[in-house]
Design a protein around this ligand. Structure first.
Ligand SMILES: [Zn+2]
Length: 389
């Protein structure tokens, strides 16, 4: 669908950055939705607009405020993922610091988009009473059930686990510079929803349902106040039927801009893959699964730096255990483990020096305690704590 059709604006007029706000003056969480960070993913904005319209129509007594922001305006207009750079890879602490110190006239097309988006998000944070949540809405080039991705903090879990969708952990560790990543740096609640295939009618419905249910989880609304709550819940439950509740990313197929990548046909999200199975070809060479698991986000479009991901189920037991360990602040005991020491300069960070044998064990253990893998330098890894909002 054309961006101009969605706004009803004349063709030459660009869509506004702020799609709309809804605020009844009651105290509560400032809840921001971003859509179209990738310009070929208009479904998030359709969903955001539907929620705004229905809130206003029903005069719902929302607590806090609700704001919908458009991501990559120029790319939305051209219906491409991005023009110069992927807008969802520009949010590393370094890129954001560079943006702040650079003259706006030196910005690339996407950096200019980022500057405006950053200003709107910061304004919303400033206006909030400290309670803030952001939901970033996406769609994908291949078919597949909708899902939630998040950095695994207890405050993100509160929203993510309220949605009847699979939750994917660890995607943010494999991708540098996603918008969510920047929000995590400041301890904000932030999640992303993948709604389904770009041009599937169900995708906007899935995303809209996710927004309504998240507003309830964030206590901006009660279920009774949501128009057709049961329908939204049913929408997600049936879209995600038969899929494990929580999965973690085990593998990301990284693509360089010059790579010639072709996914084998027929893969959809959450398909089972077996170790050794042929998944794609890259520069003429076969790409086979390095382990068994579930296929996520198979790339069936030209632009993108991720060929596919492989995720694997995480059992409930581990999630419950991890919540207990975090409340007990068990991370104080980490330096007692072999190969693990406190980071010399970063507070609340650890360095792991362990052989291959202990790699998986250590990474899993850090995840349990609420840490994320930061960077890898030979056999040395740095883990930092995910801040709780
Ligand atoms: Zn996207």
């Amino acid at each position: 669908m054309a961006a101009t059709m969605m706004t009803g604006a004349p063709r030459e007029q660009r869509m506004p950055r702020v799609i709309g706000t809804y605020d009844t003056g009651r105290e509560g969480t400032t809840f921001v939705v971003t859509g179209g960070i990738h310009g070929n993913e208009p479904a998030g904005l359709i969903a955001g607009r539907n929620v705004l319209r229905k809130l206003a129509h029903a005069g719902v007594p929302l607590r806090g405020s609700f704001l919908v922001l458009a991501g990559n305006l120029g790319a939305l207009e051209q219906k491409v993922r991005y023009r110069d750079q992927d807008l969802n890879r520009l949010w590393t602490p370094r890129s954001v610091a560079d943006l702040r110190s650079r003259e706006p006239m030196l910005d690339t097309l996407e950096q200019a988009e980022q500057r405006e988006l950053l200003a709107e998000i910061e304004k919303a944070i400033e206006r909030s009473d400290g309670r803030f949540a952001l939901l970033d809405l996406h769609s994908s080039s291949g078919d597949g059930a909708p899902f939630v991705c998040m950095g695994d903090t207890l405050s993100n879990r509160k929203i993510a686990f309220a949605l009847p969708l699979p939750v994917i952990l660890g995607l943010e560790e494999t991708i540098d510079g996603a918008l969510l990543d920047w929000l995590y740096e400041t301890g904000r609640v932030a999640l992303a929803i993948e709604g389904g295939r770009h041009d599937d009618e169900e995708t906007a419905k899935n995303l809209e349902a996710s927004v309504w249910l998240s507003l309830v989880a964030a206590e901006c609304l009660t279920a009774d106040e949501v128009p057709a709550y049961a329908e939204h819940e049913r929408q997600l439950t049936s879209a995600a039927r038969g899929i494990a509740r929580v999965l973690e990313i085990r593998h990301r197929e990284v693509l360089e801009p010059t790579d010639l990548f072709r996914m084998e046909p027929g893969f959809t999200g959450f398909d089972r893959v077996e170790r050794g199975q042929l998944l794609a070809t890259k520069n003429g060479a076969e790409v086979r699964a390095t382990e068994h698991g579930r296929m996520l986000l198979p790339l069936y479009q030209g632009q993108g730096s991720d060929g596919f991901f492989i995720a694997r189920r995480v059992r409930r037991f581990w999630l419950r255990l991890s919540a207990v360990l975090r409340r007990m602040r068990m991370s104080r005991l980490l330096p007692l483990l072999p190969g693990i020491s406190c980071h010399p300069s970063i507070p609340d960070a650890f360095v792991g020096r362990y052989g291959r044998l202990f790699e998986n064990l250590s990474v899993n253990f850090f995840h349990l305690l609420g840490f994320r893998r930061r960077r890898r330098d030979g056999e040395v890894e740095v883990f930092t704590r995910r801040r709780e909002g």
